[in-house]
Design a protein around this ligand. Structure first.
Ligand code: ATP
Length: 526
């Protein structure tokens, strides 16, 4: 009793510790993957790998370690006993053996195939679940609760059916083994009993033979079912290790150097880019940004502005040409030193389900309370944070749902201020905030830009006007580069864009912001 308790405890320790480490390593491997990897994998699929697939491995590890070794030795030992006692009878008992092996192998392969299908079904179930939870606002807005219920239910029952198919196959091996075993046993009792009656064998030999044979029964049966668990584990291992062994496409080159803070300029030289081997979305992009400059990118939707900026922190790797910082190719420097210099403030503000304090400190984990407060003040976020029930320790909900759009943006700006990077990548929000909130965000952004080299995707007139230079893009190509007045005079792409996008703001400029926006909206509707 004591030993079997210890044994079971040890085994569960091994199983759990193994999967915990596996999960750690799998998570670390996922973290190292580039953004292109996440474009191709649904979040639900990755979550299912970390949970369902890894748990299948746990069963395989514990069962194989316990049962496989113990039972294999028992079978070998007892087989030796029965051969020693009565080799003729033993041979007879073994007649069914090849057939049993064939069946076990066949069922094992089938289990592995179906088990793979259960993993796919489980991953899909997670995907549906994750999407409908994240998208609740839209689900409700379109009153699609029934539709989502049905979609989930379909995935759920598909998963159920495939699980049942797996169980139906898995549970076949014990009864088949029993039936085959009984056949062998019947033959032995008949033949062995006959030999005892004839006096060619003794009852003692026969009974000891029979006892060993009966003892063989349980380990053989359990080995046959371990084979199924093992096959399920193998199917899971293929997926788990396939992901774990994936070399991140974007990583430090051997001998990568540390990039020092930007001193002179950032240069794009003949850069082209294609997503995932498709058509090029950027063609021959060349420009330089000097330290301290503010460069605004403008262009119609889909021109490639975001893509262009995503190449700088190596979120994606340029497919042609080179990006240089102070003469160093960004591929030849460490990712940490490159990204450590770049602050990113995107349109879609990503915050974590944590306190204000931790969200801001994400910019610099070692920041002191005073630094956090200063960042909040500079980002015009201090007042509203202090007005919240727990101040800095208020939980802001998933993605910051408990905050307004403008508040979320200001927190994101505070986070970037705390990081204090020399280079800034900004994507101005297009979604309109009310004028008060907009002004606050704008002031926070103006504060953020001071003293930094900034590349900004511009949606506001004031941004393009104040930029040192403007890059006008269309269809993945740079059409014009120059200052606002210069490009207006050139009467090209920028002027067209200006008339469509920014001129409205100019005419509305004399009015209050709010009426200006309404005017602009009306004129665009006309
Ligand atoms: P917008 O102003 O609308 O944000 P943009 O100028 O920033 O547009 P990009 O987002 O850079 O344009 O997109 C350029 C092209 O690349 C588009 O044709 C788009 O469909 C494609 N694209 C963008 N992101 C991806 C992606 N992750 N995978 C594949 N193609 C993409």
């Amino acid at each position: 009793g004591f030993l079997s308790y210890t044994h079971n405890y040890q085994m569960s320790y091994i199983g759990n510790a193994t999967v915990t480490r596996l999960r750690d390593e799998l998570f670390a491997s996922i973290q190292r993957q580039p953004l292109s990897f996440f474009d191709g994998e649904a979040t639900g699929v990755l979550m299912s790998r970390l949970t369902y697939d890894v748990n299948l491995l746990q069963d395989a590890v514990t069962r194989v370690v316990t049962s496989f070794f113990k039972d294999t030795f028992t079978v070998i030992g007892l087989s030796a006993v029965i051969f020693y006692r009565e080799w003729r009878l033993a041979l007879m008992a073994m007649v069914v053996f090849p057939l049993a092996v064939l069946i076990i192998v066949y069922l094992g392969k089938r289990v592995r195939r179906i088990s793979h299908a259960t993993q796919v079904a489980n991953a899909y179930l997670y995907t549906v679940l994750q999407e409908s939870l994240i998208g609740q606002r839209i689900v409700k807005a379109f009153a699609r609760e029934d539709y989502e219920e049905e979609r989930f239910s379909r995935a759920n029952w598909d998963y159920f059916r495939i699980r049942m198919k797996l169980n139906a196959t898995r549970e076949l091996s014990p009864p088949i083994m029993e039936a085959l075993g009984s056949l062998g046993m019947a033959g032995i009792i008949f033949y062995g009993g006959y030999a005892v009656i004839q006096g060619t064998s003794t009852p003692g030999t026969f009974f000891s033979f029979l006892a060993a044979l009966l003892m063989l029964y349980q380990p053989v049966k359990s080995l046959s079912s371990v084979q199924n668990v093992f096959q399920e584990g193998l199917a899971a291992a293929v997926r788990v290790f396939g992901l774990m062994d994936r070399e991140p496409e974007i990583a430090d080159a051997p001998g990568a150097s540390t990039l020092l803070p930007l001193a002179q300029e950032i240069g794009y030289a003949g850069v082209s880019f294609a997503y995932d081997g498709r058509e090029n979305v950027l063609h021959d992009i060349s420009f330089t940004v000097r330290r301290g400059e503010v460069v605004a990118l403008v262009g119609p939707s889909g021109a490639g502005k975001s893509t262009l900026l995503n190449l700088l922190p190596r979120f994606y790797e340029a497919t042609g040409g080179a990006i240089m910082i102070d003469g160093h190719n960004i591929r030849a420097v460490t990712l940490a030193s490159l990204r450590g210099q770049i602050g990113v403030v995107t349109q879609q503000t990503i915050l974590f389900n944590d306190t204000v304090r931790h969200n801001i400190a994400y910019g610099r984990l070692t920041a002191t309370e005073a630094e956090i407060v200063q960042a909040l003040k500079d980002a015009h976020a201090h007042d509203f944070v202090m007005a919240m029930p727990q101040g800095l320790d208020t939980l802001i909900g998933e993605q910051g749902v408990r905050l307004s759009g403008g508040e979320r943006q200001r927190l994101a700006i505070a986070r970037a201020l705390l990081k204090d990077p020399p280079i800034l990548i900004l994507d101005e929000a297009t979604s309109s905030l009310d004028s008060e909130s907009e002004r606050e965000v704008q002031q926070a952004l103006d504060r953020l830009i001071i003293g930094r080299t900034t590349l900004v995707i511009a949606h506001r007139l004031s941004t393009v006007r104040n930029a040192d230079r403007i890059i006008a893009m269309e269809d993945g190509r740079i059409k014009e580069i120059g200052a606002h007045a210069e490009l207006l005079a050139a009467d090209g792409l920028y002027r067209r864009l200006y008339e469509m996008q920014f001129a409205r703001e100019e005419t509305a400029g004399s009015e209050t912001d709010e009426t200006g926006r309404q005017e602009a909206l009306k004129s665009s509707l006309k």
